[in-house]
Design a protein around this ligand. Sequence first.
Ligand code: OXD
Ligand code: MN
Length: 601
Amino acid sequence: MLEWGMINTKHAKLKAWVDEVAGICTPDAVVWVDGSEAEKKRLEKRGVARGQLLPLDPEKFPGCFYSRSKPNDVARTEHLTYICTKDKEAVGPTNNWMSPEEGYRKAREILKGSMVGHTLYVIPFSMGPVGSPFSKIGVELTDSIYVVLNMRIMTRIGQPVLDQLGTDGEFVKCLHSKADLDVNKRMILHFPEDNTIWSVGSAYGGNALLGKKCLALRIASWQARKEGWMAEHMLILGVEQNGRTEYVVAAFPSACGKTNLAMLIPPEGLKGKGYKIWTVGDDIAWLRVGPDGRLWACNPEAGFFGVAVGTNSKSNPNAIKTVQKNTIFTNVLLGDDLSVWWEDGEGAPPSSGTNWEGKPWKPDFKDKDGKPLLGAHPNSRFTAPAGQCPSIASNWEDPKGVPISAIIFGGRRERLAPLVFESLDWNHGVYVGATVASERTAAQTGKVGEVRRDPMAMLPFCGYNMGDYFGHWIAMGAKIPKPPKIFHVNWFRKDATGKFLWPGYGENLRVLEWILARARGEGKADQTPIGWLPAKDALDLSGLNLPAGALDQLLSVKPEEWTAELEGVKAFFDQFGAKLPKELAKQFEALKERLKTKVAA
Ligand code: OXD
Ligand code: MN
């Protein structure tokens, strides 16, 4: 059956598993992916021949390809995502549960014969630099060339991974089949007790690139709790000034600007201070306690799977430079001149093209409601190698990771949350993370704009009971001799007329500057019931020209609004019953008391 690619492994269990899956899915051929350049070329050629990929203008976009998905397969489908464990309580109230027997049985029905006429690719991959103490190995079996080429960018793949795996190393068994891309037969199943992921019926990145959300967050979070580390939905960035680089991690819900923040360019107004920002990761951080007693972070990914719409030279100049070559664009507008474009993007649109749905498109075309016909889907994506980013940190692949000075949580809130605040201590910081709420974006199906609670931005990604997850955070605090401080930011606060109060993007460095000063034990702050806020003159706003009163609004804490928010928090916490750590219940009561005093005063 072997077509091309060498099985250079003596891992008997791996080979047996590949045979077993081939027996279920009955592909025409099995190809072991070695990660070579020659293989990449062969795959691209195949993808093009089958109409799954289109090469872009080789002069303007060397090595870039266009891909379009089915219109019903453009975002993660949380309602079709399950954690399959023996005990239902293990997944908690915020995950969908299925028994492993039912999960395997239902998916097997769909998988049976699903690869007839197709090739099954075997992708050995490492999340994290091959051989790093942070890293975990997976093997993804897939019938999608798009998945192989994306995994090639997003992870380290091929022979070096098989070598690292040896004859009996542990790996996560990841099985993906597009099947017939029928939404009614779509299931993203995680079996943490078996170190296994089965995904059927979708080719969308978050559902199909199994190293990303499925392994590096859902399965890894389960492993991390067992093994005493943390797998988080966080960017990692370094701030360099005067020869010193300090690192922060930040968790925001999907499509809230993690990629933009990770690649920030210092603003004009702070130019004189000589800052440089270094990108280590834009989506996922694995964190471990280092020998020096600090928390260290590693980016398990090797590429960026970023939201295209809204990415431009103002919002993220580094991303624009990153995607000029060797990038796969999904569901953006394809110009007739083999260019790509998206709304709120870069430069003028092409005079004509084909939109993400495959419809003919011109800049003045309207949809059936008379609105401009979208060129790109709001969750259209680019997949680009991290090493191409101009701000990539020279140590981004350091096997020991980078030391973390601050943890930042954030959400998209028009009201309530101030621009930034610092928690009172670790446990209060865990409470702050556990109560993050945000307005829904296009990265998940559902009603855009609706506020939902998204603790630590992990609601869709925590592979076990979130009550236990909060407990794990509390327990980790006790295990980190020199813990980072924990902060909360909100770039999205609006004034009474609905205008954003904070300019965001590069200007966010002004907030990072204060955060890092506080982490060092410097920086002026005022205590409020919700935590420490920058003192009036503590943020460097030189050259910013904020409208009069904007800073006051950005830093205002209204106890009555926070008291009202407690109701939602209580309802959210109540779902976890006895699983809610008593430390969080205590934090809730303490905040309620602090707010009461303030309201009374
Ligand atoms: C992502 C997401 O794609 O969070 O990173 O949805
Ligand atoms: Mn994400």
